[in-house]
Design a protein around this ligand. Structure first.
Ligand SMILES: CC(C)(COP(=O)(O)OP(=O)(O)OC[C@H]1O[C@@H](n2cnc3c(N)ncnc32)[C@H](O)[C@@H]1OP(=O)(O)O)[C@@H](O)C(=O)NCCC(=O)NCCS
Length: 136
């Protein structure tokens, strides 16, 4: 994982007062992570259509360790963490250009939230997907 990734990871964790991270470790190496936040989304549109639903973001697996199920397990562990805290749903924002991530989320049962299929400004284009956690 590059230094930039680590800095970004740290900054995002620090930004969030109410959240946590799931980290994948192999030997001495951090090979992936995902962050969860239970303070909800920043976007008004998302807050209106999915109020008080926690978010999962910044999912990343080191390139050398991809396609081994680590991304899947990170998402599933993050869902379990949220279910333990009493949340029955989780949101993920995904770029339209990111086919791989969209495929992964779809395979895991995530579906586009009605009304949140096309968000973003200034060249950005993303959608919000949701799934029930094990608690639901
Ligand atoms: C998206 C991302 C997190 C996926 O991580 P990953 O560890 O490769 O995910 P998985 O291994 O669980 O699944 C990826 C693929 O590997 C396949 N796979 C899983 N376990 C496998 C195994 N043991 N053997 C072969 N293939 C396997 C999955 O079926 C999946 O196939 P698909 O690409 O056809 O859908 C990773 O590609 C990444 O970090 N991308 C850059 C950052 C990013 O885009 N993050 C998402 C932001 S929304």
């Amino acid at each position: 994982m590059s230094l930039k990734d680590r800095a970004d990871f740290g900054a995002r964790l620090k930004d969030r007062e109410t959240g946590g991270a799931v980290i994948a470790v192999i030997g001495p190496r951090i090979v992936g992570y995902v962050i969860v936040s239970w303070s909800g989304a920043d976007e008004d549109q998302v807050r209106r259509l999915a109020p008080d639903v926690p978010l999962m973001f910044c999912l990343r697996v080191d390139e050398r360790y991809r396609c081994r199920g680590i991304g899947t397990r990170l998402v599933q562990r993050a869902e379990a963490l949220l279910a333990e805290r009493g949340f029955d749903r989780v949101l993920i924002g995904v770029d339209h250009a990111n086919e791989r991530a969209r495929r992964l989320y779809q395979a895991l049962g995530y579906r586009t939230v009605d009304g949140l299929g096309r968000l973003g400004a200034e060249g950005e284009s993303y959608e919000v997907m949701a799934r029930a956690t094990a608690r639901a």
